[in-house]
Design a protein. Structure first.
Length: 94
């Protein structure tokens, strides 16, 4: 799932690490050249949270959503787009 999401958004994958909890739930992170994608699941609550933190003009984080939805098949999806980062002169972008 994470590898497909990385491919979909055009990022460069460095590595993937996942951990399965007992009795249920998974945490996974894909470390990217352009930052990371992380996901945490709580199946007992029917909930998953994902963070797609990227930089660079060629990466399209919104393109990860269909890949994750295809795998998790959620009843609903909520997306929050947060602009964050530092520009070259060291000032924080707004």
């Amino acid at each position: 799932m994470l590898v497909n999401a990385v491919k979909a958004c055009g990022a460069t994958l460095i590595c993937v690490k996942t951990h399965k909890f007992s009795p249920q739930g998974v945490t996974g992170v894909a470390v990217l050249s352009e930052s990371h994608i992380s996901i945490h699941t709580w199946p007992e609550l029917g909930y998953a949270a994902m963070d797609v933190f990227t930089c660079g003009e060629h990466v399209k984080p919104e393109d990860t959503i269909p890949e994750i939805e295809k795998f998790l098949k959620p009843e609903k999806t909520e997306v929050m787009d947060i602009k964050r980062g530092i520009i070259n002169d060291g000032e924080v972008k707004e």
